[in-house]
Design a protein around this ligand. Structure first.
Ligand SMILES: *Cc1c(COP(=O)(O)O)cnc(C)c1O
Length: 383
């Protein structure tokens, strides 16, 4: 099979797409090209396609090719953070008009919509996108963008990308999906009709809690993709060569890491669900979860993120985090180490997170060790 074959499976794409032996040295591992500038040929052209590294660079192109391949899109456009990628999508739909977003989207996205995007003249409506009728009712002749986040954060709610894309397109709107929690390994929104897929590559794609990045994949070539590229090169929130190299390197193991995250998460979710001091568990892999059936159709696995409510209130929930010995009390997700967070205190007064909710990013430690840590921390809860 040729390295960039269209029929290659995700594990193969993750290793080979956008990657080749370095012609200058024969190195199998791609070098990090730190040069900001690239030489012109005598006729003034750029024989390798790169002129200045804000415009494009070898490590960035390698990353973009790989993620576009994993998502089944026409092209990808990389940014210095997931947040920059969100703004790029909002810019690509043009100024003015109306935008609908999942009401429990990532809280940073909600802040961007409120504090930045509305100033661009876009009116924002937040809707429970698990409710198809509510979305249909919210669409107006001015609606330009439907922003879906599924699974959502921190309640892991599942929205039907296919049904939502259909009604958004019927209303003339573009569909974008934040696929950060699922990763391209578990869910490919383009296959269900999304026009754009966004990732915070800081999370599972980077996978080691050591690099911040973002990317947008466009389903098709055309004006909106051109606009994304203009926003990238003119806006200038571009990732460094080293960051692109690190993220590209991490993708080689993404399919295997994700499998292990899923295996650990279901074991922990089942353990927590039967625990006497746990009131409720939010994990799409549990049959008790509202979105379980839909997640089973739309995703090839249920991911490594879960939330649970400790019996009692905020005090009991915080006490559990303080007794953990292995799991870190820290924000973010998708790394090899497990992280736990009390979302209500992070998100502030407008949070939708119950005050006894803890969000757990299940890492790649042994599931038995994680369960033992949670068990000893929960045992001391008075309920
Ligand atoms: C982290 C995150 C973002 C923002 O990405 P940054 O890389 O932190 O800018 C957006 N959406 C989701 C779901 C996230 O988890």
């Amino acid at each position: 099979m040729p390295r960039e074959s269209k029929s290659a499976r995700p594990e193969t794409v993750a290793i080979h797409a956008g990657r080749d032996v370095d012609p200058a040295s024969g190195a199998v591992v791609p070098p990090i090209h730190v040069s900001t500038t690239f030489e012109r040929a005598p006729d003034g052209t750029y024989p390798h396609g790169h002129s200045y590294s804000r415009e494009s660079s070898p490590n960035r192109s390698s990353l973009e090719t790989c993620i576009a391949g994993l998502e089944g899109g026409a092209a990808a456009v990389a940014f210095a953070s997931g947040s920059a990628a969100v703004l790029a999508v909002c810019d690509a739909i043009g100024s003015g008009g109306h935008l609908i977003a999942t009401y429990d989207s990532y809280h940073g996205t909600l802040k961007q919509l409120d504090e930045v995007v509305q100033r661009w003249g876009l009116e924002v409506t937040l809707v429970d996108t698990t409710d198809i009728d509510a979305v249909r009712d919210a669409i107006t002749p001015n609606t330009r963008l439907l922003w879906i986040e599924t699974p959502s954060n921190p309640l892991l709610a599942i929205s039907d990308i296919s049904a939502l894309s259909e009604i958004a397109h019927a209303g003339g709107a573009t569909v974008a999906c934040d696929n950060t929690f699922a990763t391209p390994i578990l869910q490919n929104p383009i296959q269900f009709g999304a026009d754009f897929v966004m990732h915070s590559t800081t999370k599972y794609i980077g996978g080691h809690s050591d690099v911040v990045g973002g990317i947008v994949v466009a389903a098709k070539d055309g004006q909106k993709l051109d606009r994304l590229r203009r926003y990238q090169t003119l806006g200038g929130a571009t990732p460094s060569a080293f960051d692109c190299w690190l993220i590209r390197r991490s993708i080689c193991t993404l399919p295997y890491r994700i499998r292990a995250h899923c295996d650990n998460a279901i074991r922990i979710a089942e353990f927590l669900e039967q625990h006497e001091y746990v009131e409720r568990v939010y994990y799409p892999g549990l049959p008790s979860h509202d979105g379980h059936q839909l997640a089973a159709r739309q995703m090839s696995g249920f991911g490594g993120m879960l939330s649970f409510c400790v019996s009692g209130g905020q005090t009991e929930a915080l006490a559990v985090t303080n007794r953990l010995q292995l799991i870190f009390r820290a924000t973010s997700l998708g790394g090899v180490e497990s992280l736990i967070e009390h979302r209500a205190s992070i998100e502030g007064p407008n949070t939708r997170a119950p005050d006894n909710l803890l969000r757990l990013s299940v890492g790649l430690e042994h599931a038995d060790d994680l369960i033992a840590d949670l068990d000893q921390a929960l045992k001391q809860t008075e309920g």
